[in-house]
Design a protein around this ligand. Structure first.
Ligand code: DAH
Length: 332
């Protein structure tokens, strides 16, 4: 039995085979168990020797099975190690993390500067009434300013806003002075795309209304912002201009941040770069917003966000901001 068992165990092809063999010899109905059961029929003299032999056979079978089991397990383990091997030299899978668009970077910077000066952020609709976009801002039908701000009309009286200035009226209608807001947002004009134009762009509107507000307040405020965006050495210059909703009105230049004012291609050798329009809020506009111009005065300004983003990052074509080429955008 011992030899036969040893032979079978040697030939067992798998762990389950081994288990079946173990049961066939040592299980309740196994061959060896049957032999042990018959020991009762032996004479007392025969029993010890037979018992010892049976125990030896059992021990041998158990040992052989255990040794074989160990082999199988080792084989299985090394097979698993091979099949589950990880090639640590393979390139990893990266999950690229997005980041802010340059326009958003500059908008956040500017917003922070204004919030630091006590401003809050207001918003208004992009689909706007003609009344708020033009009429209430002192641009009646037929006014030549409408020609420079042609836009997309939904109906005769509803349009895509051409400027963020309508937020001035909407805010004044719903809030009492003192008012200190900026209002960033998208605006639209039916312009063809080129290096400096886009039918969709962004502006930041500013409005301050209180008792005794003067042009001096406007200048100090814009100077602080210009230094914040373009650097501490930046100077500003106010040039007379005309906007229907401010009186007096001005355009504001900053000293060229590239050459410091001595003249270079960036500022077209002028030393100054125009960045925004501003002025004292027209009495009619205050009235349209429900504010008494005899009691209150205010200043307003409007900045093109793309323009200052281009300057801020020295980008020379506005189209790059809208093409969404990640290779370009990931540089900022
Ligand atoms: N809304 C003007 C534009 O789009 C910019 C502007 C100029 C806004 C003067 C103002 C301002 O608030 O006072 O051209």
């Amino acid at each position: 039995m011992r030899l036969a068992a040893a032979e079978k165990i040697k030939k067992a092809a798998s762990l389950p085979d081994l288990e079946a063999l173990r049961i066939s010899y040592l299980g309740k109905k196994g061959e060896l168990t049957a032999v042990l059961k018959q020991m009762g029929g032996l004479s007392p003299e025969e029993r010890p020797a037979a018992g010892q032999l049976a125990n030896e056979i059992r021990a041998t079978i158990e040992e052989l099975i255990a040794a074989r089991q160990k082999k199988f397990k080792e084989k299985e383990k090394s097979k698993r190690l091979v099949s589950e091997a990880i090639d640590v030299t393979l390139p990893g899978k990266s999950s690229p993390i997005g980041h802010k668009h340059p326009i958003s970077i500059v908008l956040d910077e500017v917003t922070d500067l204004f919030i630091g000066m006590g401003f809050s952020v207001a918003s208004g609709p992009e689909v706007e009434l003609d009344y708020y976009n033009f009429e209430a801002l002192n641009i009646p039908p037929g006014h030549p300013a409408r020609d420079t701000q042609d836009t997309f009309y939904i109906t005769d009286k509803v349009l895509l806003r051409t400027q963020t200035s309508p937020v001035q009226i909407r805010y004044m209608e719903n809030n009492k002075p003192p008012i200190r807001i900026i209002s960033p947002g998208r605006v639209y004009r039916s312009d063809s795309v080129d290096a400096t134009h886009s039918p969709l762009f962004h502006q930041i509107e500013g409005l301050v209304v209180d008792k005794g507000i003067t042009m001096g307040d406007l200048k100090a405020c814009l100077e602080a912002i210009a230094k914040g965006i373009f650097g501490g050495g930046t100077k500003i210059r106010l040039r007379p201009h005309h906007f229907p909703f401010t009186e007096p009105s001005c355009e504001v230049d900053v000293s060229c941040f590239r050459c410091g004012g001595s003249g270079c291609p960036m500022c077209k050798y002028e030393g100054w770069i125009e960045v925004l329009g501003a002025g004292m809020v027209h009495p009619k506009v205050l009235k349209n917003g429900g504010i008494n111009p005899d009691e209150y005065s205010g200043f307003a300004f409007g900045v093109g966000l793309e323009r200052i983003t281009l300057f801020r990052f020295r980008i020379d074509d506005m189209r790059l901001l809208f093409e969404n080429d990640v290779r370009f955008l990931s540089q900022f």
